[in-house]
Design a protein around this ligand. Structure first.
Ligand code: IFM
Length: 449
């Protein structure tokens, strides 16, 4: 049994998102978001759940920060709700909304926890959607304006910024498959959204630099590890299409200033409209890349498999089953993703901004969850990150998804991803075994193999 030491000053954190934990959906001047509208429609979310109350973090923020401190996390990744700051998406600023994040930043700093803020974790103001949403090019400018307001208010205290969280999920689950807000099923809108999200990212980075932002700014992308199901040319080409659509669609413009050609030939008239100069804006230098990793999948060619003509199967490493989301567990996929970024996209500085699992947590009579499965999951993924560091990948931090059980989008409140159990009835927070274990990892800055 050896001890795997992580580099000095490694950031150990946990992540959350505004809509998934805050609740207070219409309080203190907050505007309606597309997720408020979507969840308030019948039959969009399992069991009719909504994020109206979620973890009630908006009212319990000080005790949540105290909990983060107690668990010894040295960084906390959260997102800012655009409609809480600018209720109509553009125009008037809601001071009370800014005050909330102001207090959060202060509390974190007082507790010695480095704040890492994400500007867009999907909760677009409904008023912007009414004006066409992300497929409307103006959204990129409206986003940059919102970002500027936030940088001005928090830039003196928040040193780590991400523009978007998982633009692929937002563009495709929200605008191509219609299973996430705003519930649209139209490939052309999805690819246009992807392009405008990238444009909005570039413009927000420009605004950050123009405001003299002294911290660092980057973007958080979702990554799967995709393997062809067989050696047939059809399966290999399908796997390449999925890789280009889900990863290179974002990595390539961000780091090389172009879109994947083979993918764009394949999608034909669904390709987005791009104006002169867009690619230069998108390719603004960033300080880091955020990597969210959960799954490895095999990809097969499938005649009836949608636009990309594929189907996927989850892959689990030997000894691992599936999580409550039906996802496989393959820590080696994280290493493969990190090596691909290093080798093909200029070896940026990386934070693993999300990784974790939903398990069938069973509390004992006192409410404690002995989630050794989550401990094992995290240990093996931490070791994969450690392997990557040893192979030269510049990984500087790791954020577990999630700090606490929360609202899991279309799946509602059932899946439990948290290090901390949240009792839905009482809102009581009870750290699980994984939180106690994680706290020891952080104290030693090391994982016991
Ligand atoms: O809960 C989500 C999060 O909002 C984005 N990344 C994946 C998590 C688990 O599905």
């Amino acid at each position: 049994m050896s001890l795997r030491k992580f580099p000095e000053n490694f950031l150990w954190g946990a992540a959350t998102a505004a809509y998934q934990i805050e609740g207070a959906w219409d309080e203190d001047g907050k505007g309606e978001s597309i997720w408020d509208r979507f969840t308030h429609r019948q039959h969009t979310i399992l069991n009719g759940d909504t994020g109206d109350v979620a973890c009630d973090h908006y009212h319990r923020m000080p005790e949540d920060v105290a909990l983060i401190k107690e668990l010894r996390l040295n960084s906390y990744r959260f997102s800012i709700s655009w409609p809480r700051i600018i209720p109509q998406g553009r125009g008037d600023v809601n001071e009370k909304g800014l005050d909330f994040y102001d207090r959060l930043a202060d509390k974190l700093l007082e507790a010695g926890i480095a704040p890492s803020a994400t500007l867009n974790h999907w909760d677009l103001p409904q008023a912007i959607q009414d004006a066409g949403g992300w497929p409307n090019r103006d959204s990129a400018d409206w986003f940059a304006e919102y970002a500027r307001v936030v940088f001005r208010r928090l830039g003196d205290r928040v040193a780590m910024w991400s523009t978007h969280n998982e633009p692929w999920v937002l563009a495709f689950l929200g605008y191509a498959y219609g299973i996430f807000a705003p519930g649209i099923a139209d490939y052309s809108q999805a690819y246009q959204t992807a392009h405008h999200l990238l444009l909005a990212h570039g413009k927000a980075v420009q605004a950050f630099r123009a405001e003299g932002g002294s911290g660092e700014i980057g973007i958080v992308l979702s990554f799967g590890h995709y393997l062809p199901a067989s050696d047939s040319s059809a399966d290999r080409a399908a796997a390449q299409r999925v890789y280009e659509n889900n990863s290179a669609l974002f990595l390539q413009p961000l780091f090389k200033g172009s879109y994947p050609e083979m993918l764009f030939d394949w999608i034909g008239s669904h390709a987005p409209k791009i104006q002169e100069g867009d690619m230069e804006i998108i390719r603004q230098p960033v300080n880091f890349l955020g990597v969210n990793y959960y799954t490895t999948e095999t990809i097969s060619f499938a005649q009836w498999g949608g636009l990309l003509k594929h189907v996927s199967q989850p892959v689990s490493a030997p000894g691992w089953g599936r999580t409550e989301m039906g996802w496989g567990v393959n820590p080696a996929g994280l290493l493969a993703v990190l090596l691909d970024i290093k080798e093909n996209f200029g070896s940026p500085k990386i934070y693993i901004t999300e990784n974790g699992c939903a398990l069938k947590d069973t509390p004992d009579a006192s409410g404690f969850v002995a989630d050794w499965g989550r401990v094992n999951y995290l240990r093996d993924h931490f070791m994969a990150a450690h392997d990557a560091i040893q192979q030269g990948v510049d990984v500087r931090g790791y954020y577990v998804w999630s700090l606490m059980d929360n609202f899991e989008w279309a799946h509602g409140c059932a899946p439990r991803f948290g290090l901390v159990r949240v009792d839905c009835e009482t809102q009581e927070r009870i750290p699980k075994q994984s939180a106690l274990w994680y706290s020891e990892v952080i104290a030693g800055n090391a994982v016991q193999e």
